[in-house]
Ligand binder design. Structure first.
Ligand code: G4P
Length: 292
């Protein structure tokens, strides 16, 4: 997994980069992980984009609980941000992207341009999001072969490139890479579950045990179906991990359960969607978008 260390200097540079690019675009496409819609958002996003029209893309919706994703979409809309669910790996949901930008996110600008007979002017967007959330996948899916890869332009310094997406929309070929929400333990854990942040915040067994406890509480059926285990009331992380390891025949010499192997498998299977479509955070009444 690619890792980015978010030192204060790096954050300041990112803020500056976003601020200077913002002046070039009409709207921002903020891409977040549909499994962790709050933790995968940048805590300063709202203040950084300073009222610029914005669309939120709940990406990796193929891995998230469909009903939860619908709740999040309603929640973001209720808080004034247009939001759609997408899967940038397969391209599912992306058909709605450009029409939503033109007709909803930028409705006012489009109307103003119509009045001023400026309909021909391109609409310009930039993509922002935390590492690994799917920014490159989005740009590649939307731009397809029209996007020249950096390595295909030898000797050319990577300057600002605009990718034409059709419908007179252009996207900045360089996404804004932001840091995720790190300010509480719960968020850090959820980001570790999805692989959005480095695995070294926890050893694999602790991570798997935390994940199992979380799943036993919120999606017990996913564990029962995948691993054919029974979940008992008092089961903690270790008991669950051992149950899965035993069921999978992960036994080392002496009859002990190879909990490390089981842990790695569980986290991998979770991230690959093999346990089903799971969302790790739900909107609550008191939840507020970052920065509000
Ligand atoms: P980034 O630019 O924001 O850093 O993210 P990038 O597009 O590189 O995507 C990171 C990983 O997430 C990639 O997986 C990518 O395939 C996967 N991904 C992106 N969008 C989706 C989605 O909607 N659904 C699912 N299931 N996965 C998505 P990878 O393991 O790094 O590569 P690979 O599996 O594609 O080979």
């Amino acid at each position: 997994m690619r890792q980015i260390q978010w030192f204060p200097g790096h954050m300041a540079k990112t803020r500056r980069m976003i601020a200077s690019n913002l002046s070039l675009v009409d709207a921002v496409a903020e891409i977040i992980d549909a499994r962790t819609p709050l933790s995968s958002r940048n805590p300063e996003m709202d203040s950084m984009t300073k009222g610029k029209p914005r669309i939120i893309l709940l990406n990796k919706c193929d891995l998230a609980d469909e009903r939860a994703t619908q709740r999040w979409i309603s929640w973001f809309r209720a808080h004034g941000s247009e939001a759609i669910a997408v899967d940038c790996k397969s391209g599912k949901g992306l058909k709605a992207f450009l029409p939503t930008v033109r007709e909803k996110v930028l409705a006012e600008l489009m109307e103003k341009r119509r009045r001023n007979h400026m309909e021909g002017a391109p609409v310009r967007l930039m993509v922002v999001g935390i590492p690994n959330v799917g920014k490159s996948s989005l740009i590649n899916k939307l731009a397809g072969s029209k996007r020249a890869k950096a390595e295909d332009r030898p000797g050319v310094t990577r300057t600002k490139q605009w990718v034409k997406l059709g419908g007179n929309v252009e996207m900045l070929d360089m996404p804004g890479v932001l840091w995720p929400k790190f300010d509480d333990q719960e968020s850090a854990l959820r980001l570790a579950f999805t692989g959005a942040i480095s695995d070294d915040i926890l050893d694999s067994e602790s991570l798997a045990m935390e994940l199992l406890v979380y799943l036993a509480k919120t999606y017990p059926q996913a564990l029962v179906t995948r691993y054919k285990i029974e979940i008992d009331d008092g089961d903690g992380g270790l008991e669950l991990l051992e149950k899965v390891g035993r069921k999978r025949g992960m036994i080392v010499s002496g009859g002990e359960i190879d909990t490390e192997r089981a842990a790695i498998m569980i986290v991998d299977e979770f991230r690959g969607g093999k346990l089903g479509r799971i969302t790790l955070e739900l909107p609550t009444e008191t939840e507020q978008p970052c920065g509000e």
